[in-house]
Design a protein around this ligand. Structure first.
Ligand code: GLN
Length: 485
């Protein structure tokens, strides 16, 4: 084979596995070698991969005989997952001290589906603590470095999953996206990331951050890979009451459809905010022009409530997080403080020692907006504004098939360029949050380079359960604009 094993796309690897020219363990060995070489020789290791378990893969493979495996959708192809997704026996601490040493007692449905289609999982990956962050700075395992330039952040909170794909340390990965955590790091690392429609992928077995926003989704080297991976993980699950029973279409079958007559909405507010820099506007405008030439109709629209997305998210997500994370109390999971003398003290000490600063900040905000005196003023108000954003979005999608916007407003930040305050970091999600507030699917695709050669990406947001159209539109662009970072 001319390409090195770690350079294959997921789709190419599956074909080679089906043809029998390689086997899953060889693929895993090639990736492990790459991960270990970087760790051993690099001054600033990427630090994406935390746990590797080749034995687990042998067990996963034993469930199939050779013929079954070759006839399966995935033919044994290995990927890695974010460290907040359960797989029996794998450590699942969400990069938090409070869960250190905790191992999964069961497997998430998204992962079980992947394994059921003949896939294998060999590793799990670094992330911001409990998926709160945009730079993968907030992990007890330390900063993840952007493989394209180690002085820069890989984005967050799925910094590990995005960096691993970008560095060819995994063929593809699964991340989670509550406010942008798949798309924003994918954009920083020059790879493709999709947040599925809320309800498309089961949340069962994914450590909850903000349950009305969370979705698991694929981070991949290409749009076609992404379509294949979503196919494998999506579907109804009776253990997640918010999962949908709408059938999962064959996403790979419609990638090449013509774009003639497709209406692409351009929401003015995403292009006119103060935050977005000219270099990014120019890159995304070139994407618009490409689509126009490909026969799409470009339609300017307005989503006036856009500016409220960020504040609404930063009320609702911490509120949900403060209740979800209440279970980490030193009694049931993970770490327990040995300093406590009373039960109350046990909760207090365990959480004081076990949770990091950003997570604590969310616990305080969440508790505050839910407290008796402030519930109406903040939480309830934010729910109402969320509904307004939702209505506005879905109204726009009656006349547009998709919306096209930048993924991030500014360039990939440097690691040592500190955010002046937490809100400045929150701003990097200004364009990704709408999809979580509305439940819509959204994909981020690279479309250029900034002045230091780091990626610029655009985002397509679609109608609920219409990932097929996003993949089609994204694939046609990608095919005509190959980029090497
Ligand atoms: N960066 C956002 C936050 O910190 C989004 C996180 C996510 O999507 N998990 O909340």
């Amino acid at each position: 084979m001319s390409k090195e094993l770690t350079q294959l796309t997921l789709t190419e690897a599956v074909s080679a596995l089906k043809a029998g020219t390689i086997n899953p363990l060889e693929l895993i060995d090639a990736h492990i070698k790459r991960i270990e070489t970087d760790k051993a020789t690099s001054a600033k290791p990427i630090n994406a991969t935390l746990h590797i378990d080749k034995e687990a893969v042998r067990t996963q493979l034993k469930r199939f005989d050779q013929t079954e495996l070759k006839n399966s959708l995935l033919a044994g192809v290995p990927i890695a997952i974010k460290r907040n997704i359960n797989l029996t026996g794998f450590p699942v601490d969400c990069s938090s001290k409070i869960l250190q040493g905790y191992k999964s007692a069961y497997t998430a449905t998204a992962v079980a589906n992947y394994l059921g289609h003949g896939g294998t999982i060999f590793a799990n990956l670094n992330m911001d603590e409990f998926a709160m962050g945009s730079a993968n700075k907030y992990s007890i395992y330390g900063q993840v470095h952007n493989p394209l330039n180690r002085a820069y952040i890989p984005g967050g909170s799925s910094g590990g999953p995005a960096a691993a794909v970008s560095a060819n340390e995994a063929l593809a990965t699964l991340g989670s996206d509550t406010g942008g955590s798949i798309r924003q790091p994918a954009a920083c690392c020059g790879v493709v990331g999709l947040k599925p429609t809320y309800g498309r992928v089961s949340r069962y077995g994914v450590v909850a951050f903000a349950s009305s926003f969370d979705q698991v989704g694929p981070i991949t080297k290409s749009v076609a890979d992404n379509a294949l991976l979503l196919q494998a993980i999506a579907g109804h699950d009776e253990r997640d009451s918010t999962s949908s029973n709408i059938p999962v279409p064959n996403y790979s079958a419609t990638l090449e459809n013509s774009l003639k007559g497709i209406t692409i909405g351009i929401p003015r507010e995403y292009y006119k905010t103060a935050e977005v820099i000219p270099e990014i506007l120019a890159a995304v405008t070139r994407v618009q022009n490409f689509y126009k030439e490909a026969g799409a109709i470009i339609k300017e629209i307005s989503l006036p409530a856009t500016e409220y997305g960020l504040p609404v998210y930063y009320v609702l997500a911490p509120a949900e997080a403060s209740t979800n994370l209440a279970r980490f109390d030193g009694i049931r999971y993970g770490r327990r403080s040995d300093k406590a003398k009373t039960l109350h003290d046990l909760f207090f000490q365990t959480r004081s020692e076990g949770l990091g600063a950003e997570v604590k900040r969310r616990m305080f905000t969440g508790g505050y907006v839910l407290s008796a005196g402030y519930y109406d003023a903040y939480y309830l108000k934010a729910l109402k504004v969320r509904r307004r954003i939702y209505n506005e979005y879905h109204e726009a999608l009656r006349t547009c098939d998709v919306l096209l916007v930048p993924t991030m407003p500014y360039r990939v930040p440097k690691i040592d360029e500190p955010y002046e305050n937490p809100v400045q970091m929150y701003l990097s999600d200004v364009f990704t949050i709408a999809a979580n507030l509305t439940g819509a699917p959204a994909i981020s695709v690279p479309c250029g380079k900034d002045e230091v050669g780091l990626p610029i990406s655009f985002q397509l947001m679609g109608r609920p359960f219409d990932e097929a159209t996003l993949y089609n539109i994204a694939h046609v662009y990608e095919k005509n604009h190959p980029i090497n970072f």
